[in-house]
Structures are given as structure tokens and as C-alpha cells.
Design a protein around this ligand. Structure first.
Ligand code: NAG
Length: 314
């Protein structure tokens, strides 16, 4: 496999977060708590939606898929980060690194596509309330979810295969806490022009198209409310779209912040902090955004608990 005088790299070293040694334990506890909250919060949402038949509507089935995607997304990076903070050996095998990159892209994009499906669902619910059930048929919902999986698998596979083509030389230290695509590209000693081109083109498509589709859905929702303005209509739109709008802003806010903020000298620190934001904080907050101000979810929680412990509730 070695070409000429190049050495073949079998493993990478993940430098982790720029945290001073005396604060390691504090941050370890913090990240562990955040990760456990993410896992628990999203699991509760998935289980509640599965158990309660009142929540078997397109909106909640998409939400359950989003929770699943959040759960997997943070499980791609967090366990390895936590493990590395405790061990003296921050290495990751070459194949492990590519696998981490693949799943990171897979679940990251899946989230973006599911947010579009949810926006379309809200658009139909508000603009065509009488035809909602016939338009958002189970068949359409399954197709939308399947389509998201197909597109995101293709995209993640494309980047991973392009990365597997590259060779790596002496330097195997990744200044990040997971195998980030751009950090790996910087280490490579091959020509990365094709990779960068594909990242730019696909990245724009995969972020901009969903974002535009979401904006179009919301533009239509707003215009349909303005046509017949009523306090009740506005309140209904707010209560059904509010949570989705919060999640969309959080997701695209961090992504746009990452790409539009000018890079400073110590850009690796900024990159890791921003990456922390979307790998840990966003998946952790999504379940809370959806459940805290949602009467259906609270009702479902009460019903599920009551079914198990009838006497307790009486
Ligand atoms: C995802 O959505 C599909 C289609 O609505 C649904 O059948 C499936 O149960 C959902 N998956 C999860 C994990 O919630």
C-alpha cells in the first residue's frame, strides 16, 4: 500500500478539547451529564411516541425520527470524547476515523432533511387543514423518511470514499475531538482539490436547498395566515410551528455561524467550540424544545405513566 517513500498511517491521534489539565475532571462531568441528558431525553420522546396512540400522527412520527437521529448523532462523537478524556491514549484507528466521519455526515444530514419534512408537514397542516390526513398519508411519510435516508447515505458515502482515496504521511495528529472532515484534509499529503470542490458543491446543496424549502414553507404559512388574520389562527400557527421554528433556528444558526463568521488566528479553538455546540448542545436541547411547551407530549407522558400505575394516579 505504501507509495514511494511515504509511510502508511494506521492510526490518528485526537488532540481533544483545548482544556487545561486542572479543569479536565470538571469538563468531563459536564460533558457526561450533557450526553446522558441527550440520550435520556431523546429516548423518552421515542418511547412516548411509540407507546401513545394519540401521538401516531405525521408530526410526531417525524419528531421521533428526529430524536433517533439526534441520539445517534451525539453518540458518534461523545463516547469517544469522554473515553479519550479519561485515558492516556487518544488514538483512533484509520478505519475507525473514516467510520466516525461517515456516521457524523450521515446523521448530521439526516437531521437537516427531517427538518424539511417537518416544515412541509406544518405547511400542509396550516394551509390545507381539511385535506391534511389525505395529503400526509402514511405512504407519503414513509417515502419522505426513506428519501432522506437514501440522500444522506449517498452524500456520506461520497465523502468517505473520496477521503479513503487520500494518503496520509508523517503527521497524524488531529487538532479536534473527532475525525472532522476538514481537519483530516489538512493532514493529507495528497492533492485535495477534488475533495474540496465536492465539499463546497455538495455542502451548499445539502444546506441551502433544505433551508430554502423551509423558508418557502414558512412564507406560505405566514401568507395564508395574513389572508384571513384572526387571533385564533395566529395562536394555532404559533403553537404548532413554534417548536419546529426554534429547532430550525438552532440548527441553521450554528451552521451559519460556523461558516459565515470570519476565521481568526486560533481558528481551531473556534472550530472545536462551534463543533461542540452542534454535536452536543443542539441534540440535547431538541427534546426539551418539543416537550416542555407541548401539551400533547405532557398528556402522553401522564397517560403512559398512569397506564402502568393505575393506583398511583387515582
Ligand atoms: C420514522 O417515520 C416513519 C414514517 O412516518 C415511521 O413509520 C417510523 O416509525 C419512524 N421511526 C422512528 C424511529 O420513529
Amino acid at each position: 500500500m505504501a507509495e514511494g517513500n511515504q509511510t502508511v498511517i494506521f492510526q490518528f491521534l485526537l488532540l481533544g478539547l483545548p482544556i487545561p489539565p486542572e479543569h479536565q475532571q470538571l469538563y468531563y462531568a459536564l460533558f457526561l451529564a450533557m450526553y446522558l441528558t441527550t440520550v435520556l431525553g431523546n429516548l423518552i420522546i421515542i418511547i412516548l411516541i411509540r407507546l401513545d396512540s394519540h401521538l401516531h400522527t405525521p408530526m410526531y412520527l417525524f419528531l421521533s425520527n428526529l430524536s433517533f437521529s439526534d441520539l445517534c448523532f451525539s453518540s458518534v462523537t461523545m463516547p469517544k470524547l469522554l473515553l479519550n478524556m479519561q485515558s492516556q491514549d487518544p488514538s483512533i484507528p484509520y478505519a475507525g476515523c473514516l467510520a466516525q466521519m461517515y456516521f457524523f455526515l450521515l446523521f448530521g444530514d439526516l437531521e437537516s432533511f427531517l427538518l424539511v419534512a417537518m416544515a412541509y408537514d406544518r405547511y400542509v397542516a396550516i394551509c390545507f387543514p381539511l385535506h391534511y390526513m389525505s395529503i400526509m398519508s402514511p405512504k407519503l411519510c414513509v417515502s419522505l423518511v426513506l428519501l432522506s435516508w437514501v440522500l444522506t447515505t449517498f452524500h456520506a458515502m461520497l465523502h468517505t470514499l473520496l477521503m479513503a482515496r487520500l494518503s496520509f504521511c508523517e503527521d497524524n495528529v488531529i487538532p479536534h475531538f473527532f475525525c472532522d472532515m476538514s481537519a483530516l484534509l489538512k493532514l493529507s499529503c495528497s492533492d485535495t482539490y477534488v475533495n474540496e470542490l465536492v465539499i463546497f458543491v455538495m455542502g451548499s446543496l445539502i444546506l441551502v436547498i433544505p433551508f430554502v424549502l423551509i423558508l418557502v414553507s414558512y412564507a406560505r404559512i405566514v401568507s395564508s395566515i395574513l389572508k384571513v388574520p384572526s387571533a385564533r389562527g395566529i395562536r394555532k400557527a404559533f403553537s404548532t410551528c413554534g417548536s419546529h421554528l426554534c429547532v430550525v433556528s438552532l440548527f441553521y444558526g450554528t451552521v451559519i455561524g460556523l461558516y459565515l463568521c470570519p476565521s481568526a488566528n486560533n481558528s481551531t479553538v473556534k472550530d472545536t467550540v462551534m463543533a461542540m455546540m452542534y454535536t452536543v448542545v443542539t441534540p440535547m436541547l431538541n427534546p426539551f424544545i418539543y416537550s416542555l411547551r407541548n401539551r400533547d407530549m405532557k398528556g402522553a407522558l401522564a397517560r403512559v405513566i398512569c397506564k402502568k400505575k393505575v393506583f398511583f394516579c387515582l
